[in-house]
Design a protein around this ligand. Structure first.
Ligand code: THU
Length: 157
C-alpha cells in the first residue's frame, strides 16, 4: 500500500498528526547533519506522542525522531497500542531546502516500528511527509519493511 496525498486529502486526525510531526521538527538538535526531523504517533486511545532527532558529536549515537516518539509512547503506557506514525523533515541550510522530498524512516526506525506493530497486532500506518506537508506518502510498516525480522523469528507469538 502506497498512496500520495496532499494535506487536504487527509482525515482530520491524520492532519493533526502530520502537523504535530512538523511542529516537533522545530525542536530538533541537528547541528551536524543540518537535517531536522519530527515524528508524531497516535495510539489507539487517541493520545499523540512526539519526537525529534537529537544529534551528538559522536555521530553514531544520534537519536532519530521516531525513537523519541516511540519512547514517549512507552513511557505513557501505550507502546503496545501504536496505530499511526507521521514523519517529516527538512534540510536547515538556506538554499538547500528540498521541500518536495518526503522523509521515510531509516532502516533502524523501520525495525523499531515493526516491533511496535507486532505488539499492537496492527500493520502500523506510516505517513511520510515533506516539510510543508504538501506531499504525504501514506504507507505502512509491512510495506516499508516486508519479511522483517520479528518476534516470530525468535519463536515468539
Ligand atoms: N533521521 C531521523 O530522525 N529519522 C529517520 O528516520 C532518518 C534520519 C535523522 C538522524 C540524523 O539526525 C539526521 O536525520 C540525518 O540522518
Amino acid at each position: 500500500m502506497r498512496t500520495m496525498l496532499g494535506l487536504g486529502q487527509l482525515a482530520a486526525d491524520d492532519r493533526d498528526l502530520v502537523r504535530a510531526a512538523r511542529d516537533a521538527a522545530a525542536h530538533a538538535y541537528a547541528p551536524y547533519s543540518g537535517y531536522a526531523v519530527g515524528a508524531a504517533l497516535r495510539a489507539c486511545d487517541g493520545s499523540v506522542h512526539r519526537g525529534c532527532n537529537v544529534e551528538n558529536a559522536a555521530y553514531g549515537v544520534v537519536l532519530c525522531a521516531e525513537v523519541g516518539a516511540l519512547a514517549a509512547a512507552n513511557v505513557a503506557g501505550v507502546g503496545d497500542a501504536v496505530l499511526t506514525i507521521a514523519v517529516t523533515g527538512r534540510l536547515l541550510a538556506a538554499g538547500a531546502v528540498q521541500s518536495g522530498a518526503v522523509v521515510t524512516p531509516c532502516g533502524r526506525c523501520r525495525q523499531l516500528i515493526l516491533e511496535a506493530s507486532h505488539r499492537a497486532r496492527v500493520d502500523i500506518r506510516v505517513l511520510c511527509c515533506n516539510h510543508d506537508l504538501g506531499s504525504i506518502e501514506v504507507t505502512s510498516i509491512e510495506h516499508l519493511l516486508p519479511n522483517g525480522f520479528g518476534p516470530a523469528s525468535l519463536g515468539r507469538t
